[in-house]
Structure formats: C-alpha cells, structure tokens
Design a protein. Structure first.
Length: 382
C-alpha cells in the first residue's frame, strides 16, 4: 500500500470527519491506521437500512464500549440522522468517532453545525507526487487522473466509466439530489469541457437546456459531492479592472478526460496544458490541506485577458502553468503584469516541461514540474 501524505493521529483524542471523493482511498486509510477500531459500514445496504429505520441502534450496540473507544463510521452521509446518536455518544459516553464520507450535502441539510465543532475536519485527495515517489509519472497522472485505482491501472477507461456511472447512480439518483438525472449527466459533460475555465452559468445552462439557476445549483452539487471546486478571482487592491467570475476545476483530471472523450494527451498539446493546470491545482490544494497552510488559492485576470493561473496568499506567490519545453517571453506576460500590479510579490514561477530550472533576469523562475512539486512538498514554495 502506498503511504498517504495525510497523517491521521495514531490515537485520536477527538472525533473527526474524513471527507474525500468516491474511491479516493478513505476506507483503506482508516482501516490501515485503525485496524482495531469498531466499524459501522453504511455502504452495506443491510447496515444503512437498519440505521435509517432506527438510528438509536447505534447507542445500544455501543453501550458496553468504554470511554475513549474509537468507532469508524463509513459513508456517514447515507444516514445523517445517525449524527444525533454520535453527538450523544461523544458528549455522554466519551467515545471517539472517525466519520468518513464523500458528500456533506445531506449531512449539512440535516445537521448544519456538523456536531457543533465537536469533530475536526480532514480531507483526503487523490495521489500526489510526494506519495508516489519513484512511481510518479506526470504523463500517466495527466491521462489517468489521481484516484488510486485509476492511476495504478494501465487501462483505466472502463474503471472511469464505472466511476462516473456509479456517481450518477449512487450519489445523484439514490440521494435524489436532482429530479432529472439524464439532464444532470449532460451538465456533467458540459462542466468538464469547461474545466479550468471561468464559469458562465448562462452559457452552461443554454448548452444543457436548463435554467441558469439550475446550472448554478448543479455546480453546488459537484462541490458538495467533492467532485470539483471553485477557484475565486484574486481581486485584492486592484489598480486595473480585474475579472471577478470564479473558475471551476474538477477534483480529478481522469474524470474530466473521460467525460470530454479526450484521447491520449501528449506533452505540449493544448489539452495536455489544461490537464496539467488541473494537476498543479490538485497538488497545491492537497499540500495546503495536509500541511495545514493558511494561504488562499486564487487566479488573477485583467479585463484585457492577461492572466496568472494561481495566486497564493495575499499576492505572495504567482504561478503560471505552461505545457511547453521552451518557455518564451509571450508565456510570461501574465507574471510580468502581475508584478506591475503587485510589486510586493515574493516569487513568480512558471511551471513547465523544460528539463532544468532557470532564473530569468526579470526574477521569474522557470521550474520543471517535478522540481516545482519537490519544492512544494519541501515547504519552500509558500
């Protein structure tokens, strides 16, 4: 088993939620970290049905558990009412819970405070370069995605198809998140085509034959089921008119490739560049979460179209991602303009496919993807 970069406490002193997309490895991580914990697996239909009918069964089944006992509840979003029992068992019995799930939507609707701060929150992402070590292959990750079963498989196409089908069937249809599942499936494809781009709800709605309000709600479902995330525009102290609309990125580029029917992506191509941008954000978000870094991730774009892919913190680091083996002046216009707008920027980095790092006269750093990832996980980027 590949060791994950998320370090859960060996002996939890407090309860916690572990969120992550489907098949990201949450159950495997919990099983490996807590092999002796008592487990409630709500993925089993018989189990979830019992607790749906009578949530108080959990209290009876744990009546003899001593204080401090760790209980793992897998797929907790399937029975949100169970959190009332969990809450009581934490408060009255001193039990500790590891609550695992892939969607906070139903949990939030029924329990807006998520145990009122009594449980900390962790998130597990797909594989990152730091975890894979010598098994890290950029071209494979760009094409296969980061979910463990897909990255490690030589031909993940059928698994990706099953992943999307299961998502529509088990997350969307079974949980009744939308009324029209075929329409949502069409939206899913349209949203994947727009991966890494600014969101225009009206355009998406027109493509899918739904209202812009419905399109916006569908994006919120992707967020709640952890299939994607917004990246906001960086607008602090603007001197020139900046774009305000957010961008949207899917959590796994392999899913994007499948939904958009992309063939094998070759380094240097435009689509490889879009996919690479997704992978770089994946690493940034995973690092920030696992290492508990406080900085925000945004993008910057002027009304003229000049853009920087990622801005970390309060204009501390600006990052441009280019799928090229020869970075030229035209690739660096965004980073140049960003320094004009925010002269306090500490580092400006072009992440690319060049074989070696370079430092330009302008102060811009040209970093190969593996070197950028190495510095990121060493804690020296930001």
């Amino acid at each position: 088993m590949i060791a994950r970069a998320l370090h859960l406490p060996a002996r939890p002193a407090e309860s916690f939620f572990l969120w992550g997309p489907r098949q990201v490895g949450k159950s495997s991580l919990l099983s490996a970290t807590y092999p002796d914990a008592r487990t409630v697996d709500l993925l089993r239909t018989d189990e979830s049905t019992r607790y749906l009918r009578e949530p108080s069964l959990l209290r009876d089944e744990l009546r003899d558990a001593p204080a401090g006992t760790l209980v793992v509840v897998d797929e907790v979003q399937k029975v949100p009412a169970l959190l009332d029992e969990v809450h009581w068992l934490i408060e009255k019995r001193g039990l500790c819970f590891a609550l695992c799930g892939s969607s906070a939507r139903k949990v939030r609707r029924g329990h807006a405070n998520l145990l009122g701060g009594r449980a900390v929150r962790h998130e597990l992402f797909g594989f990152v370069s730091h975890e894979l070590g010598e098994q890290f292959d950029l071209v494979r990750m760009v094409n296969h995605g980061t979910l463990p079963r897909h990255y490690l498989h030589d031909r993940p196409a059928k698994r990706l198809q099953a992943y999307v089908d299961d998502y529509l069937k088990e997350e969307i249809a079974a949980e009744a998140l939308v009324r029209n599942v075929p329409a949502f499936a069409g939206f899913l494809r349209a949203a994947a085509i727009g991966d890494t781009e600014m969101v225009n709800y009206q355009n998406i709605a027109r493509e899918c034959g739904v209202s812009s309000v419905t399109a916006k709600e569908h994006y919120s479902i992707l967020e709640d089921t952890l299939l994607g995330r917004y990246v906001p525009a960086f607008t602090a102290r603007p001197k020139r008119r900046a774009i305000l609309a957010p961008k949207f990125y899917f959590a796994d580029v392999g899913v994007v490739n499948h939904l958009t029917k992309r063939s094998a992506l070759a380094p240097g191509s435009e689509l490889f560049g879009k996919a690479l941008e997704n992978v770089v954000l994946h690493e940034l978000r995973a690092y920030r979460s696992y290492r508990e870094r406080p900085w925000d991730i945004a993008y910057w774009r002027l009304a003229s179209g000049i853009e920087v892919d990622f801005v970390l913190g309060d204009a501390e680091v600006a990052i441009e991602v280019k799928s090229t083996t020869a970075v030229a002046t035209q690739h660096l216009n965004g980073l140049g303009e960003f320094a004009t707008e925010y002269p306090e920027v500490r580092r400006r980095i072009c992440v690319c496919l060049e074989p070696r790092r370079r430092l330009l006269v302008s102060g811009i750093e040209v970093l190969p993807v593996p070197e950028f990832f190495r510095q990121l996980w060493a804690g020296t980027i930001a």
